[in-house]
Write a protein that binds this ligand. Sequence first.
Ligand SMILES: [Zn+2]
Length: 416
Amino acid sequence: MPHDLQLLDVRLPDRDGRWNVALSQGKIAAIASSPLPPDGERLDAQGQLLIPGLVDGHIHLDKALLLDRQPAQAGTFAEAMAETLRLKQGFTVDDIQARARQVLETAIGFGITNLRSHVEVDPTAGLRAMEALLPLRQEYAWGITLQLAVFAQEGITQQPETLPLLRQAMAMGGDVIGSAPYVDTDPKANVRHIFDIAQEFDCDVDFHLDFLDDDEPLLLPFVIDETQRRGWHGRVCLGHMTKLAWLPPEELADLATALRESQISVLALPASDLYMMARRETHSQRRGVAPIHRLAAQGVNVGVATNNILNLFTPFGDGDVLKICTLLAQVLQMGTTASHRLCLAMATTQAARAIGIADVGLNVGDRADLVLLSATSVSEAVGAAPQGRTVIKAGRVVAQSRLDQQLFAPRNAVVQ
Ligand SMILES: [Zn+2]
């Protein structure tokens, strides 16, 4: 098979030495330490670190970049819900597309090659966000694979007219169905409705689950039961799961076993969760980030994602999931080389698996979605996300960034 692109002299996350990688027909065709016979285009990486394409498994394109429009007055979760709902009434297809394009283009530049966006569908938003984002899936397919998760953000039981809208959005081309049961007056009914739709459309499920730091019991055991009862093993992804951070180790271990057996993935969203959690505490404030490193130690598939960019839920961030990796490593105190590798996997291979993509990785036959980083080790890349990146989607270079910095030393500076 002729090679489309050869990446020469790369470092790899899990192997010592320098390697040459050949890409052909959108896949990794060869990984060799010996020289490759020249074939197709060649790129001399000069020892840069080659990683699998970054994956953002949980973001909200439709409510990104709203902070200028509505700066926080109180900075609370209640304000974020109420004000975002108010802004949503004014969302147009053009407005959603303009903000989504900005995020997608930045994401491609960062090396995010696969992304799942939640898409709000309810009586307020109608189907406008679906109408806005569906065409972008095709428009940006050259740089990023976009999954659309039809999302009931405002609850279902208290506004049942949401249900036919969710089904309409799935019929329009939604990839995944999901909701936020914590805002529903009947969270269990909410979960059942979502699984019903998943079965009707034979699609994966994505819940915003066990978020908030109230005293309500965990909904996770119910979701695990439904997953098993419906035979939805390996098809459920859970975002937030902040309440897991409050559990004693033995309770967490039991849940981890059940998660692993049901093949349910968990995505931590530290930028949002650190900001919103533990607000009731006046001192010794807890962190409120799901302890996904502990779940990983028990064999649960876990990842990390951005969630929101510059809105009232998360008035920070630029959408770079590698920077979120750094934050996660800091918060979960992941300092060893092995834990840095795990962290990177959480933003690449494991995040991909969480959203149903099995072939993101660095093995022959994996999709040629890759990033060359200006770094020589995983610890360096996780420690400080490098700006220098060459992004490859389906075997083709789609973006290149480098640090552009100039120093202006005074004329009388001592030169040694
Ligand atoms: Zn979310």
